[in-house]
Design a binder for this molecule. Structure first.
Ligand code: NAD
Length: 483
């Protein structure tokens, strides 16, 4: 029997009888590995009560001491690195090596935010009134609903969880249907750190059901969502009606531009990594490759050779694993077929690899396009698929970059500093990288996008603190008569 994954409410496993369980499949072989609770409204009420009752206690612990508790939590994550990595690897089909890198990144982020407890700065202000001293402070807000996808399951959770906690909020994590166990285990481990019961709760279930109920609930003033633009728009609409504060980290259609004067080897390395690492399941994946005509033939010839030599599988020496579930695999293959029918030229991939497993694999795919009208240029695929377009020069590359509903990340490869800076100044993306890949982010750097890639908030960095705290302006007038 597959292991049953329960919710985590008020510092304990919450075992529910007579409830539907949903199957979670192993992406690398298609077998059922877990069954998780499909939470209903009464369970949601329990989670809200738990987060609400613990808010008073947690928000009154001063930020420096909250930082100490978070620091302890991070040390427990460190001690459980192998355990957590193996769950990430099992649930997502990424290699253990890559899963360990994700836990390392989580630890660095935790180190950053736990010390933010000592730096929960606001401003001291000048006043036009003589004798008035004025300053701002940061206040906790309340319950934060954290809704996450599974592509980098630990990173997605802790980018929200750590800043929410350091600011004094309590949380309900709505786990991804594709990574329920990791969310559960993170909450369970937090108990060992003496973070009070009820501060961290985890609910499993379908986004369209329990996720939707969560965002509609008037007791939740904060909603932090990472996921598709379509769901993000729905959340903004519903939360907007009740003026809940919303952070949206959404999709991307990220271009990587290869100029004729690029360092050839370096550009190839980053193009491959940006397009295909994590099987292309990154909001920042380079799904559009734009190559200047002067280097076009040489670059795509070598890019195809290197793409064909990528190793597929879940071992540490492999380059990419499966996509997360059968539905995604089918949707990606359908999108590829449609693009080919519309006139796209398949350069490599486009099908499932011949492996002795029923895992959800797709061969890394390159498709050459001769105009800008393809759906594949507009819609995020979230798989190992990249389109290739020839551009006359960097001006055409910029125009294609900015002709997108998305604006998350972009990268340019050139040895010309003027071209690099000109592109960086004019690209309408939240991240612009020069001579590296399309990716964020270090713990202290803000990640997020223009246009339909988000709603203007950023995480992580100190910028996330602005989302999870409310500013209060306090002013005091000195009464000279008292002196
Ligand atoms: P998704 O939008 O389908 O689901 C994300 C989460 O939202 C899941 O937990 C799901 O259960 C929940 N959800 C679904 N419908 C809901 C609803 N109506 N109300 C409330 N919650 C709901 O996304 P996905 O397919 O799981 O993940 C892939 C997407 O995530 C891609 O678009 C990718 O670009 C995006 N992403 C963005 C970032 C970023 O930082 N910008 C990072 C990672 C992934």
């Amino acid at each position: 029997m597959p292991e049953k994954i329960h919710n985590w409410i008020n510092g304990n496993q919450h075992i529910t009888e007579n409830i539907e369980f949903i199957e979670k499949y192993n992406p690398s072989d298609g077998n059922v590995i877990f069954e998780f609770v499909n939470s209903n409204s009464s369970i949601l009420d329990l989670a809200i009560n738990s987060a609400k009752s613990s808010f008073d206690c947690w928000s009154k612990i001063n930020p420096v001491n909250r930082g100490k508790l978070l620091d302890k939590f991070v040390s427990i994550i460190f001690a459980n690195k192998h355990f957590l990595s193996s769950i990430i690897s099992l649930e997502t089909g990424k290699s253990l090596k890559n899963a360990e890198l994700e836990v390392d990144a989580c630890i660095s982020l935790g180190n950053f935010y736990s010390s933010e407890g000592m730096r929960l700065y606001a401003n001291s202000l000048t006043s036009g009134i003589d004798g008035k001293t004025s300053f701002t402070t940061r206040c906790p807000i309340g319950i934060a609903a954290l809704i996450v996808p599974a592509n980098t399951p630990l990173a997605n959770i802790v980018w929200k969880l750590f800043p929410a906690l350091i600011c004094g909020n309590t949380v309900i994590i709505k786990s991804s249907e594709d990574a329920p166990k990791l969310a559960y285990e993170i909450a369970r481990l937090s108990k060992e750190s003496n973070i009070p019961d009820g501060v961290i709760n985890v609910l499993h279930g379908k986004g369209i059901e329990i996720g939707q109920k969560l965002i509609e609930n008037p007791l939740i003033p904060l909603i932090s969502f990472t996921g598709s633009t379509q769901v993000g728009k729905n959340i903004a609409e519903i939360a907007g009606r009740r003026l809940a504060r919303v952070s949206l980290e959404l999709g991307g259609k990220n271009p990587i531009i290869i100029c004729s004067d690029a360092d050839f080897e370096n550009a190839l390395k980053w193009t491959l990594l940006s397009a295909f690492s994590n099987a292309g399941q990154r909001c920042a994946a380079s799904s559009r490759i734009l190559i200047e005509e002067g280097i076009y033939n040489k670059f795509i010839k070598e890019l195809i050779v290197r793409t064909l030599s990528l190793k597929i599988g879940i071992n540490n020496e492999d380059d990419l694993g499966p996509v997360i579930n059968l539905k995604q695999q089918e949707s990606i293959l359908n999108n590829i077929s449609k693009c080919i029918n519309d006139g796209g030229v398949l350069l490599c991939g486009g099908d499932k690899p011949k492996l002795k497993t029923n895992g959800f694999y797709i061969n890394p795919t390159l498709i050459e396009l001769h105009n800008n009208n393809f759906d594949l240029l507009k819609n995020e695929i979230f798989g190992p698929v990249a389109t290739i377009q020839k551009v006359k020069d960097i001006k055409e590359a910029l125009s294609i970059t900015n002709d997108s509903e998305y604006g998350l990340t972009s990268a340019i490869h050139t040895s010309n500093i003027d071209k690099a800076i000109w592109f960086a100044q004019n690209a309408r993306t939240g991240i612009v990288n020069v001579n590296i890949g399309t990716y964020g982010s270090e713990p202290h750097m803000p990640f997020g996008g223009f246009s339909n890639s988000g709603n203007g908030t950023r995480e992580p960095g100190v910028e996330a603190i602005n989302f999870y705290s409310e500013l209060k302006n306090i002013s005091i007038l000195v009464r000279e008569t008292n002196i």
